[in-house]
Design a protein around this ligand. Sequence first.
Ligand SMILES: [Fe+2]
Length: 158
Amino acid sequence: MYQTSNTLSENIRTKSAELLNRHLAAAIDLHAQVKQAHWNVRGPAFIAIHELFDKVADAVEGYSDTIAERAAALGGTAEGTVQVAAKRSFLEQYKLGVADEKAHLAAVTVALAGFGDSARKAIDEAAAFGDADTSDVFTEMSRGIDYQLWLVESHLKP
Ligand SMILES: [Fe+2]
């Protein structure tokens, strides 16, 4: 850990950096998964879903930036290479070769829900070890992911 004038203990900052890096890997993976859907989706509602996936990917990219910068601000190292993300991500593998829009919508729904579930658990985890601000980062992100999930899954069910 780097030296910082932040008054949180090194023990807390270390735990936060670990929690943040776990989610950084998943956020980088999630961004790439949604881009995969954006590039390959086909179907009668193509343009709407193609553009929606791009907006979702942009939002997710913003979250990865927030997570990484929080880790750095706490004196940690943001571990955000694609190689590391691929090894660490807790998300399910995204299937290649999918074209059908319903299949992409379902797969992106699963990915968003999985990430959101872990972000929600991280709210309590960070609060429990004493970092209310990192908890707040996860709260904001979890709410944002819920919103993106709504935009995507509303195409599937009435
Ligand atoms: Fe594009």
